[in-house]
Ligand binder design. Structure first.
Ligand SMILES: NC(=O)c1ccc[n+]([C@@H]2O[C@H](COP(=O)([O-])OP(=O)(O)OC[C@H]3O[C@@H](n4cnc5c(N)ncnc54)[C@H](O)[C@@H]3O)[C@@H](O)[C@H]2O)c1
Length: 340
């Protein structure tokens, strides 16, 4: 019999903040670079292509005594029945005994840990004097990207949000986002000055940006050749399945490339299509970000370099983040214990 702690989205939200996510994901990347964290091949199945699918991302975080998985199920017809479009569930297991420890609603963690990944790319690879952030994509995940970069990079003062699918600036979306970002930051006790504005012209916004985060499901790159000025850092986040690519191959070719996981980046991340078409080679990847965090590989080499960090999302992020939520929930008696 195993005692399993079950945590709802509300339980997780009580104990887990953006600051926790940044710390946990940094620790997960570090463990991966030290050989204590491993991401296993993703399992993907489309029940009805373009309508309903699921993926399972699994791995081990030996430094935290864990292995486990996150199952994300996307059923696009659900909202018509009053159900969420996405169900995310994380299972944590003890890597010494195999016993299941916790089952968590992953929704309260996914946005924060995904934002944390992009923010760590900016923290470790952007120029030290970076002030202007462009977030390309104005959907559900974009709020977390803005909040996480603001939390991890104290120098960022000005944020522009662009929706590549709209000719006009996403004013209404940004109005909502301002409140959502402030809520995420204040839950972590972060107070800082910044402004967030909606913009309509992606090319102009790229030319002014020191840091660009892409967070769309684009299959035709939205960041075009010639748009990214020397010295810019790009965190490419949206490409998490085969066929997606947000940054033009020409930009990738002139950039120094960092990834969260080499194998996944070229099998289902931002670099999958450019490697398959021969625009770049897998050997062009400079390092995993964890190697930069550990100091075993250099990060940015000069203020003129373009750096790109591809994060397609790996299980160690979810495991490390969920472990923090689990430990806090145990301490504070939050959640339900089930004997399995
Ligand atoms: N890397 C990770 O760990 C990770 C985690 C979660 C989500 N994602 C990915 O991030 C992306 C965005 O997720 P979301 O929940 O914010 O989506 P969303 O649907 O809420 O928002 C998508 C945004 O991109 C724009 N868009 C839609 N189709 C586009 C296209 N073909 N070209 C350019 N822009 C387009 C939309 O107008 C919107 O602004 C998705 O691809 C999702 O799978 C990645």
């Amino acid at each position: 019999m195993a005692e399993v702690r079950v945590l709802s989205a509300e339980d997780v939200a009580q104990v887990f903040t953006i600051a926790d996510a940044i710390e946990a994901v940094e620790e997960a990347y570090r463990q991966k670079a030290e050989g204590k964290g491993r991401a296993w091949p993703m399992v993907y199945e489309a029940f009805e292509p373009g309508v309903a699918d699921m993926d399972i991302r699994s791995g081990e975080l030996a430094g935290s005594g864990l292995f486990g998985l996150k199952l994300t199920a996307w059923f696009s017809k659900n909202p018509a029945q009053g159900l969420p479009e996405i169900f995310g569930t994380t299972l944590l297991c003890d890597n010494g005994t195999g016993a299941p420890l916790a089952l968590l609603n992953a929704s309260a963690i996914t946005g924060l840990r995904t934002g944390a990944a992009a923010a760590l790319g900016a923290k470790w690879l952007a120029r030290a004097d970076a002030k202007n952030l462009l977030v390309a994509g104005a959907g559900h995940m974009s709020t977390f990207q803005v909040a996480a970069v603001l939390a991890a990079c104290p120098g960022i003062e000005h944020v522009e949000v662009w929706d590549p699918m709209r000719a006009e600036a996403p004013e209404a979306r940004v109005e909502l986002m301002r409140g959502e970002v402030e809520k995420i930051l204040s839950a972590a006790g972060i107070e800082r000055g910044y402004e967030i504005v909606a913009v309509a012209d992606g090319e102009l916004a790229c030319a002014a940006a020191d840091v660009i985060v892409t967070i769309t499901p684009a299959t035709d790159p939205i960041i075009k050749a010639g748009w990214v000025r020397p010295g810019t850092h790009v965190s490419a986040v949206g490409a998490d399945m085969e066929g997606k690519q947000e940054v033009a191959s020409d930009v990738l070719r002139e950039a120094t490339l960092f990834v969260d996981d080499r194998a996944q980046s070229v099998s289902s991340g931002e670099l999958e299509v450019p490697v398959k078409t021969g625009a770049i080679a897998e050997g062009d990847i400079a390092a995993e970000l964890g190697e930069v965090i550990c100091g075993t590989h250099a990060g940015r080499a000069s203020d003129d370099e373009i750096t790109v960090f591809d994060t397609s999302g790996i299980a160690v992020q979810d495991l490390a983040a969920s472990k923090v939520a689990y430990d806090r929930a145990l301490e504070r008696g939050i959640g339900t214990t089930v004997a399995l």
